[in-house]
Design a protein around this ligand. Sequence first.
Ligand SMILES: Nc1ncnc2c1ncn2[C@@H]1O[C@H](COP(=O)(O)OP(=O)(O)OP(=O)(O)O)[C@@H](O)[C@H]1O
Ligand SMILES: [Mg+2]
Length: 341
Amino acid sequence: MTISAPETARPMAVEAARAHSIVARGLVKRFGAMTALGGVDFEVPTGTVTAILGPNGAGKTTAVRILTTLSDADEGSASVAGFDVRTHAREVRRRIGLTAQDATVDPLLTGRENLVMLGQLHQLDRSEARRRAEDLLADFALADAADRLAGTYSGGMRRRLDLAATLVGRPSVLFLDEPTTGLDPRARSELWAVLDTLVNRGTTVLLTTQYLDEAERLANDIIVIDHGRVIARGDARRLKSELGGDQVHVVVVDPADLDAVERTVRGVVGGHVSVDRGARSVVAPTMDGLPALLRVASALSEAGVGVEDLGLRQPSLDEVFLTLTGSPAEDTPRDGGKEAS
Ligand SMILES: Nc1ncnc2c1ncn2[C@@H]1O[C@H](COP(=O)(O)OP(=O)(O)OP(=O)(O)O)[C@@H](O)[C@H]1O
Ligand SMILES: [Mg+2]
């Protein structure tokens, strides 16, 4: 294979790739009157994992499609592995893997056949392609199902096969568009474990997700987007502290106790305590974590309140959006006019 990048462009490209495997600058994408991306900037340091967190319609897939050369931005520029996605799309494609939001493997081939076929597409000879397939089937806990048609796999197995398929060509930069949406909790944590292995091998990963816990579990850095704009970024700890940290969450047995519990929690934790009568729950944000929880537990125990559930939890994505934007997460597209700058 020939390298088509001009020789003069290479040293700079290589330097850039060493620091940041993905760089997006002022990406704008419009669909008619709808602005899907309204000027998005970010970069992903080489060998790290970044999550793009946002609700339906935020622009996550649009960004991934531009970065993986499947779509052109209307404005702005981006580079992946040191190459401009527009001018050096072929170079970019040789270095990336994409697990798209919709399954990409062929349901009428077995797991093994899918991987061998992709290996051959990646120019491996047949025995190399077979070996690669065996390794990936083992890594992704699919060896037992290797000879079943992919169409008969469970959602979790299919997602793992998708991911294995993405890795056949040994990409140095990996894009995962909502890798666990629709999976049950067990399948999610199995997929997370597989992703851990990948990340430990030094692959640079950009993943999109609608789940704050997933972003926190997998990513070094989180970029929160809404309506095509970056509205917050940082590591999970920083984002959560901006959002008010953890929450002490109490569910009482008897709704008649709610007011007393609210007073107790306010006395111990302070801050904005909210009561949900339907859910029989009292929730209070805290920066204090476990010590705050223990104080609430002992105060409730002293008061003799019947508690059904008590714990620390993270704000949900909806609460994150309430805090960041003052409005709940929603999937209704807006036109780009509202944030003209
Ligand atoms: N080809 C298209 N034509 C018209 N509008 C589009 C097209 N692709 C995306 N959009 C719109 O752009 C916005 C962003 O879509 P995008 O698919 O990037 O969102 P997303 O964050 O990936 O959402 P989801 O979580 O549902 O996958 C949405 O309002 C969507 O309807
Ligand atoms: Mg999407």
